[in-house]
Design a protein around this ligand. Structure first.
Ligand code: CUV
Ligand code: SF4
Length: 624
């Protein structure tokens, strides 16, 4: 039975999305929601995770009638293997992104680029100290050289553990060691996952899942963490600032460039190029009031948190942003960029420009952007956008509503500084029960759910209960549009959280960055656990990804659980065809790593479950 056609109101909670969905229908632009209707019902075997295509004796489908594939693999083995590769895909995405930052730092050190600089030397020195690189009396570029060599090493297979294991609480390190879950090297764990899931290797589902967790931990504590830390070193560590969010950040009278993807390496250059006086003059000559850069998805989060660049929208807003008819160019790097943007852009005057050799799109204008030439290339790209302004059809432009103001930039450094340099005031508030705990709400949109209804519903329900919320990724835009990222949002919080945030002048929902920046959250958990002399699993901390869709989100969820953080998902991964794997995810992991997954589509019920967990953790710590 095909999925019932949903009304525009059922597709998204947002007025800007609804207005553009109506325009998309008029303009004949197909969206993810339309294609989901065509794709439904999905293949049951694939939904359950019981299809295997790992060799050509198959493909095989496992069911009650056909309990084993040609090779003899049963449902547990097939589901575990598929999930393992899913996690490897997500970990690869974040980690390859992290490696790109090492390469930019290398170009800086070797002097082959003048476009990138070390903006936060103090942070580089701090990191060097943590990972055992000598800093005393040494030139910053020498320190940087050694740091990047250590980080390159973290991708390889010569190490017993990745460098940032030094940040992990001792009790947690012991647990991982006992389970064989200590991440050794990013590439190594991902390669080993591919190996294990070849026909005839790891045919013990729990064993495969332990390695999946190790692969995810290599993402969290190496690939992503290196990505975050080096992005801060190169582009500056985020500090609190105000910015604007929703489709109305697209400006009617200006050249609009949307940057989309994940890595700040290109988007930062586009931001810089858009300030070029010659390009501004060219834009003015064509009748534009200026050049407006706005973000989408996570590269948007990167430049939002660091530079206060406005955020046009999250995952499901990307097609709708083009539908405004006012976008001259959409400039992408990689990940979460729907290929449908090519035909959507073609419906308007919008140019679709790719910048990464590993993420080309048929029909796009491609620039092979490298650190050596990045700024000059970015200027060329901005030039294309500027010239496109004259092709815009004003009769097809429709920009919905007004932008919403948000506060962003809450890196761990910024949080510590808001607290006066020490975690003590926050921990005192936790001990006193004013802040009962923390939930990180992260991840995507998924057209199977009403856009942002769960992301926003859960955040609101938690702050009402005096639980502070941390957001990254696409939940940022959701929380921002709902007004939750402003200090004034304390009016929606419970009395304790209201008092604490009120006195600090911070919102009850803190924006900590992009998806790779979830590494900031696990680092913060480690800092708190170390301060209290406990394990991360002892803390009144949970995670949630209410509307997730991607392999990367699954990797994040799994590293959170492996860190000891109880993690809520609004939708299950494709594992339900195996009782062993499902039981392990929902229960068994608790006994191994002190946390598990919980699946609940209803945000209010999810809030209740997370609250119960936090209450239990508080009791165990002797707090009321
Ligand atoms: Ni990773 S959060 S859709 S762009 S992974 Fe992409 Fe950030 Fe989800 Fe959003
Ligand atoms: Fe089928 Fe086994 Fe080959 Fe998978 S590995 S396709 S289950 S024969």
């Amino acid at each position: 039975m095909a999925r019932e056609k949903r009304s525009i109101e059922e597709k998204s909670i947002w007025p800007d999305a609804r207005q553009m969905l109506a325009k998309a229908e008029r303009d004949g632009v197909e969206t993810a929601w339309d294609r989901l209707e065509q794709q439904t019902p999905h293949c049951k075997f694939c939904e359950l995770g019981t299809t295997c295509r790992n060799c050509v004796m198959g493909p095989c489908r496992i069911s009650d009638k056909m309990q084993r594939g040609v090779c003899g693999a049963d449902a547990d083995v097939v589901v575990a293997r598929n999930f393992g590769r899913f996690i490897a895909g997500g970990s690869a995405g974040h980690s390859d992104h992290g490696r790109d930052l090492i390469e930019v730092l290398e170009a800086i050190v070797e002097g082959t680029t003048k476009d990138y600089h070390i903006r936060d030397e103090a942070k580089l020195i701090r990191i060097a100290g943590e990972i055992g690189v000598e800093t005393k009396g040494r030139k910053i570029l020498k320190v940087a050289r050694d740091v990047l060599d250590v980080f390159y090493g973290d991708f390889g297979s010569r190490k017993k553990e990745v460098s940032f294991m030094c940040r992990v609480p001792a009790k947690r390190r012991e647990i991982w060691k006992k389970l064989g879950m200590t991440p050794r090297g990013v590439d190594r764990e991902i390669v080993e996952m591919m190996h294990r899931t070849h026909m005839g290797c790891d045919n013990d589902a729990p064993n495969t899942l332990i390695h999946a967790a190790r692969t995810a931990l290599a993402d969290g504590w190496a690939g992503s963490m290196i990505g975050t830390e080096l992005s801060d070193v190169i582009f500056g560590t985020p500090a609190p600032k105000k910015a604007k969010v929703n489709l109305a950040v697209i400006k009617k009278d200006q050249v609009n460039i949307l940057v989309h993807g994940h890595n700040p390496v290109v988007s930062e250059m586009i931001v810089a190029a858009a300030q070029d006086p010659a390009l501004l003059a060219r834009a003015k000559a064509l009748g534009a009031g200026g050049i407006n850069v706005a973000g989408l998805c996570c590269t948007g989060n990167e430049i939002l948190a660091r530079q206060g660049i406005p955020m046009a929208g999250n995952h499901l807003m990307t097609e709708l942003a083009v539908v405004t008819g006012a976008v001259e160019a959409i400039v992408v790097d990689y990940q979460c960029i729907m290929p449908s943007l090519i035909p959507a852009a073609a419906c308007y005057h919008t140019k679709f420009i790719t910048t990464a050799d590993k993420a080309k799109f048929t029909g796009a204008i491609h620039f092979s952007v490298h650190p050596e030439t990045a700024l000059a290339q970015a200027k060329e790209i901005v030039g294309i956008a500027v010239d496109g302004f004259s092709k815009r059809d004003p009769n097809r432009v429709e920009i919905p509503g007004e932008p919403v103001e948000i506060m962003t930039g809450f890196s761990n450094e910024a949080i510590l500084s808001a607290l006066g340099g020490s975690l003590t005031p926050l921990l005192d508030a936790v001990k006193a029960g004013k802040v009962r705990g923390f939930v990180a709400i992260v991840g995507c949109n998924n057209p199977k759910l009403q856009q942002d209804s769960c992301n926003v519903g859960l955040a609101k329900a938690l702050i009402e209960r005096d639980i502070m919320v941390l957001v990254t990724g696409c939940v940022t835009t959701a929380a921002g549009k709902a007004g939750l990222l402003m200090p004034e949002a304390i009016s929606m919080a419970g009395p304790g959280l209201k008092a604490v945030c009120g006195s600090l002048g911070i919102p009850p929902v803190l924006h900590m960055g992009s998806c790779v920046d979830n590494s900031r959250i696990i680092q913060l958990c480690a800092l708190i656990a170390n301060e209290l002399g406990v394990d991360i699993s002892d803390l009144p901390v949970c995670a949630s990804s209410p509307e997730w869709y991607s392999e990367k989100a699954a990797a994040i969820g799994l590293y959170a659980v492996a860190c000891g953080i109880y993690t809520h998902l609004g939708l299950p991964p494709n594992i339900l065809g195996s009782k062993v794997v499902t039981d392990l995810a929902l229960n068994g992991l608790e006994g191994l790593v002190g946390a598990s997954f919980v699946v609940e589509p209803d945000p209010l019920k999810a809030a209740e479950l997370l609250d119960q967990r936090i209450t239990g953790k508080r009791k165990a710590l002797g707090l009321c």
